[in-house]
Design a protein around this ligand. Sequence first.
Ligand SMILES: [Mn+2]
Length: 342
Amino acid sequence: MPQDMRVAIGQFYAATDDYLTFAQQLGVKGVQFNIQRATQDLPDHLGYWTLEDLKRLKQRVNDFDLDLEAIENIPRLFYLKAMLGLPGRDEQIENYQKIVRNMGEAGIPILGINWMPNSVWRTPMAIGRGGVRVTAFDMALAEAGEVTNGVVEVAEAEGRTFSAQQMWDNYLYFMERVMPVAEEAGVKLALHPDDPPVAELGGIARLFGSPDGFKKAIEYVPSPNHGLDFCMGCFSEMYYADQSSGEGVLDAIRYFGSRGRIFYVHFRDVQGCVPNFQECFLGEGNVDVVAAIRTLKEVGFDGFIIDDHVPHMLDDSQWNHRGRAWSTGYIMALVEAVNKLT
Ligand SMILES: [Mn+2]
């Protein structure tokens, strides 16, 4: 049954009582996991996840009267060789296929993917409104070696550089083998932008730092199961929301949303854009967030929306319960308003 646009909470790696109870308290319908390493719920079973573990995870979420909307990411090392086109990639692709098949059988409909062998890069945190701590990126600091998040040197790359052409070849080699399995399993692959969206970091080209990268990917692999985890923060990092330029965040929502390619949304924003930006509260960044929600509604988006990184508030937890409660409440009100008013 088609659902309205809705809000989820997540970005956590474990189905703890704390997280699932917090989700209930916020009043969201669903949760999402962000899995970057082997966990107790999803241990590394020789490079993939078993059907039993995935079923157990979904049941655990359902036991709290919540839906499991998506799993975002698999551990980077599970498919690093596939991203870089290194020997051993075929075995990793087989394991990826197993994960997708098992997710489909467990009834988990979306797998978030990224194509960043060296992960998300950040430089030291910045200070935002009222002293909150927010993540930031400044290319000048990154070049000076002040990278606080991200893999500066991928050991497996052995000092080699990887061109955009090589990375495209690797992406297509991977997708040609994985996408048919995803279609058969009924699992959508939601591609996250490269963060920060720059052409290259650490000698490895980044393909998805512009709308053109996504357009090209969908043109090459036009499967209906190939779409976006539309990270609004990353699209905002690409440029200021200048509607006159025809290159704004709203245009990207219109382009991909009207084609049914937005599978879910990371609803966050930044101030500034590459090569220098910092995160912020919703409503004080580059994007007119009311217009963003209205545009999602206008293009018929009917998936889930979730916060992403959030400001670290006073006395906040490591997962930022306070920052997430603020962001999630804000997003819920926007979504409720647009669902009722249109
Ligand atoms: Mn994101």
